[in-house]
Design a protein around this ligand. Sequence first.
Ligand SMILES: C[S@@+](CC[C@H](N)C(=O)[O-])C[C@H]1O[C@@H](n2cnc3c(N)ncnc32)[C@H](O)[C@@H]1O
Length: 209
Amino acid sequence: MGILENGLARMGLTPDAAKVALLEKYIAELELWNPRYGLVNAEGDDLIIRHILDSLAGVKAMQGLGPSLVADIGSGAGLPGIPLAIMLPHIRFHLVERSGKRTGFLRNIILTLGLTNVSVLEESMENLREKYELVTFRGFSPFENKLIKQLKKILCEEKGTVLAYKGRQKQIDEELEALEDDPEREISIMAVDVPFLEEERHLVIMHLH
Ligand SMILES: C[S@@+](CC[C@H](N)C(=O)[O-])C[C@H]1O[C@@H](n2cnc3c(N)ncnc32)[C@H](O)[C@@H]1O
């Protein structure tokens, strides 16, 4: 069994063969275009662990939250948006990325993989007009007051949640402590185990409004 399927099994994820094939195709495209586009800072098994399995660590949380429309902000090469969209085809994803070079790659990926639940928005998040039930981000920005204000503008008032992929607990605590008090904010932090990765990873789920 390859590292991808082994990792999926360790995470308790059981995608059908078609989804595994799409994940493999995405990995192949990342490997192919990485030298020219500088998309991710890893290759081979390291790429699968640090980017694909890491992104998939949010699948179960997403299933629990049950959104119908998600914005993946600062999506870069489509992380975590593309792996999540492959695993959760009933959810629509907007990949928000301001770099034209990266959105070029993303548009190509969507066509190559035939993903019908994913759109690319070549925008700064500050310019978004749509409202989202859920916003994901990974490696995009620390939690800061300015970011929280911006997130509130694009989250649905009734049901607006952020799912942020984060590393060390200590770093998360520092970021959260520096935020202005907000009695409406509810935060839960989940430690996640990314297979074959000996580093701390957490998902921060933040309900705003
Ligand atoms: C460090 S990369 C992370 C990419 C990806 N999420 C990942 O985990 O590999 C941050 C990305 O956010 C994009 N970005 C930065 N500020 C942005 C903004 N205000 N709106 C949209 N995208 C932005 C950058 O162009 C870059 O591709």
